[in-house]
Design a protein around this ligand. Structure first.
Ligand SMILES: NC(=O)c1ccc[n+]([C@@H]2O[C@H](COP(=O)([O-])OP(=O)(O)OC[C@H]3O[C@@H](n4cnc5c(N)ncnc54)[C@H](OP(=O)(O)O)[C@@H]3O)[C@@H](O)[C@H]2O)c1
Length: 212
């Protein structure tokens, strides 16, 4: 599949490298395609990745991943041309630092995922890839089974594509419902960050689903 990843940082790089290794074609949509950091990522993909300026990055994309810092996300979407008709996997978290520590800039009555949909009204937004660390995106192997990756969105075909791409990475992909469920997925990301950074779990753990 042709996947454009907007933002080639920790998340973008982990996803691009992992998908390229599974045969997908990656375009990193970045502000400076000639950056050494971007060139190194492209080289890691053994011919399965290239970099492009934002305005040109999504031309042939079957799926677009948003992997930008929250404050840059609206601008990055605009620079990429609005992404009308595209499947957009929104991996961002609307993090903000407040007096009580790290929190979410929006929540309860809306979500980052829903704001992304407003900024790109003709895109098919799926919220996902936000509830675990980038190291778990690079390597999904755990002795206890597959790590869980929840996704939600309002377009059934876009969610099917997300399910396939998440499964390709090695996640147990689970549909959490309409895009409104991003209001639940984003606090879950905050919980993962809290457990990793403050509660001593470190970054080598992931949420999983048990069934009976
Ligand atoms: N880190 C994690 O484990 C993790 C896990 C799940 C979700 N997330 C979420 O995923 C998003 C990305 O996190 P990250 O850790 O990958 O961040 P990061 O390492 O800081 O990378 C961010 C990327 O976005 C690019 N960028 C910044 N401003 C931009 C703009 N205006 N237009 C286009 N690109 C821009 C940066 O490019 P330059 O190099 O040009 O600045 C960089 O490539 C965040 O919303 C985060 O909350 C992170």
């Amino acid at each position: 599949m042709k996947i454009t990843i907007i933002g080639a940082g920790s998340v973008g790089g982990a996803l691009g490298t992992a998908w390229a290794a599974r045969g997908h074609d990656i375009v990193y949509g970045v502000r400076r395609p000639a950056d050494a950091k971007v060139a190194a990522l492209v080289a890691r993909a053994n011919g399965k990745a290239r970099a492009a300026v934002l305005a040109a990055c999504a031309r042939d994309a079957e799926a677009v991943v948003l992997a930008t810092p929250w404050p840059a996300t609206e601008e990055a979407l605009r620079a990429a041309g609005g992404l009308a008709g595209r499947v957009v996997l929104d991996a961002t978290n609307p993090l903000s630092m407040g007096p009580a520590g790290l929190g979410l800039a929006v929540g309860h009555s809306t979500s980052g995922g829903e704001m992304v949909q407003r900024w790109a009204p003709a895109a098919k937004v799926v919220k996902t890839l936000n509830t675990t660390g980038f190291g778990n995106m690079a390597d999904t192997r755990f002795p206890g089974g597959k790590p869980l990756m929840l996704y939600c969105g309002d377009d059934a075909a876009a969610k099917r594509m997300a399910h396939t791409l998440l499964s390709d990475l090695g996640f147990e992909a689970v549909d959490a419902g309409g895009l409104i469920a991003a209001r639940q997925l984003e606090p879950l990301a905050l919980l993962w960050i809290n457990l990793a950074n403050k509660q001593g779990l470190g970054r080598n753990f992931a949420f999983a689903l048990l069934r009976r």
